[in-house]
Design a protein around this ligand. Structure first.
Ligand SMILES: NC(=O)c1ccc[n+]([C@@H]2O[C@H](COP(=O)([O-])OP(=O)(O)OC[C@H]3O[C@@H](n4cnc5c(N)ncnc54)[C@H](OP(=O)(O)O)[C@@H]3O)[C@@H](O)[C@H]2O)c1
Length: 347
């Protein structure tokens, strides 16, 4: 474990240099990893583990997603099973079902979680909100987590490119004395860049805040507010979109992704720098109370309950799709379609 300085705060991280793949393979050599669910994280983690030489099986109910697993080379009856059978065969049972599905299948898979097995999550949701999810593991199994900080699709593509997505890890319950080794070996096995320590609670609080906040919810709110103000003041859709979204994603984000916000600022005009430095404060002050309200809503379990209630409905997918359709058909995102078409690389 290496101590690293993160902006003046020391934290422990695990890198691939100090925890090589061979060590991970040795630790998990007698394990059968059962990945339950083949949605987004399922394929990413299962395929990376398989390519890295681990003993992996997939548990997936029949239907389109099952067919996708077959297309990816998982063989029915050999490496692809029903959720129940995979849970029975696995020694590390991975809950890579949607959070609502984890609640639904829990009573069915719980009997298969016999002494010494490990129950693995990529999200702290099920355990942290256990009063709401009723996921209460038996005391004689390990309960562990590796949470990749990005989509399962990115986990897979970055692995294939020889890169790695960073992941957090946590041990909630160590019944065997091997829980930490199992967790770190798993994290290296799925192709994580580096691993940093968390708890189930901290992971879910930060994850739910992040996706509702700067990563997804807040970014749409911010971009739309600016787009609307420009449109209300007579700017064309093309101009409003370019100044709000296209320049951000195509030109500026790569700069601050690479070398930080100050470096992005330094590569813009001095007029832009003066304005950005003056206005970052008022934006921060306006947004912070909303962030605080969001964090409280996450902490109280309110966000979890909303998600459980809506995503447990039989028609949840149709309802989500209808809302996404409205977003897609909004003027700003319709303008985006045209702007993308006009990108030289798409002509
Ligand atoms: N999405 C990400 O990139 C990401 C990133 C980090 C962590 N995570 C965590 O990883 C876990 C898995 O997330 P995900 O996004 O991969 O999940 P997802 O795509 O939402 O989950 C879909 C999986 O759950 C199955 N499923 C849904 N309802 C079911 C039910 N009632 N009974 C049985 N199976 C059911 C689906 O099968 P069908 O297709 O047959 O419905 C599919 O295999 C979650 O804990 C999530 O928080 C996800």
């Amino acid at each position: 474990m290496a101590q690293m300085n993160f902006g003046g705060v020391m934290e422990n991280v695990i890198t691939r240099e100090e925890f090589p793949l061979e060590k991970a393979r040795e630790i998990l050599k007698d394990e059968t990893i059962a990945v339950l669910g083949y949605g987004v994280q399922g394929p990413g983690q299962a395929c990376n583990l398989r390519d890295n030489g681990f003993n992996v099986i997939v548990g997936q109910r029949e239907g389109k997603t099952y067919d996708k697993a077959v297309a990816d080379g998982w063989v029915p009856g050999e490496t692809l099973f029903s959720i129940e059978e995979a849970a029975q065969r696995g020694t590390i049972v991975c809950m890579l079902l949607s959070d609502a599905a984890q609640i639904a299948v829990w009573p069915t898979i719980k009997p298969y979680l016999t002494a010494g097995k490990a129950l693995y999550f990529s999200h702290g949701f099920g355990i942290t909100y256990k009063e709401r999810t009723h996921i209460i593991p038996p005391a004689d199994i390990d309960v562990i987590m590796v949470a990749p900080k990005g989509s399962g699709t990115s986990l897979r593509t970055m692995f294939l490119e020889g890169r790695g997505l960073n992941s957090s890890y946590a041990v909630y319950q160590d019944a065997t004395g091997r829980a930490t080794d199992r967790t770190l070996a798993f994290g290296i096995g799925i192709g994580s860049g580096y691993l940093f320590e968390t708890t189930f609670k901290r992971e879910v609080y930060s994850d739910l805040t992040g996706e509702r906040g700067s990563l997804m919810g807040a970014i749409q709110g911010l971009l739309l507010a600016q787009y609307e103000v420009l449109r209300e003041n007579g700017h064309t859709p093309s101009e409003a979109f370019n100044e709000t979204v296209e320049e951000l994603t195509q030109s500026l984000m790569p700069l601050f992704a690479k070398n930080g916000m100050d470096w992005m600022y330094a590569n813009c005009s001095t007029t832009a720098q003066r304005g950005a430095l003056d206005w970052m404060g008022p934006f921060h002050d306006a947004i912070k109370p909303v962030m605080q309200k969001l964090y409280e809503s996450v902490k109280s379990g309110n966000e979890a309950q909303i998600s459980i209630d809506s995503n447990s409905q039989p028609d949840y997918r149709e309802k989500l799709n209808a809302e996404l359709k409205a977003l897609r058909e909004s003027e700003m995102w319709q303008t985006a379609v045209t702007v993308r078409k006009l990108r030289p690389e798409n002509n």
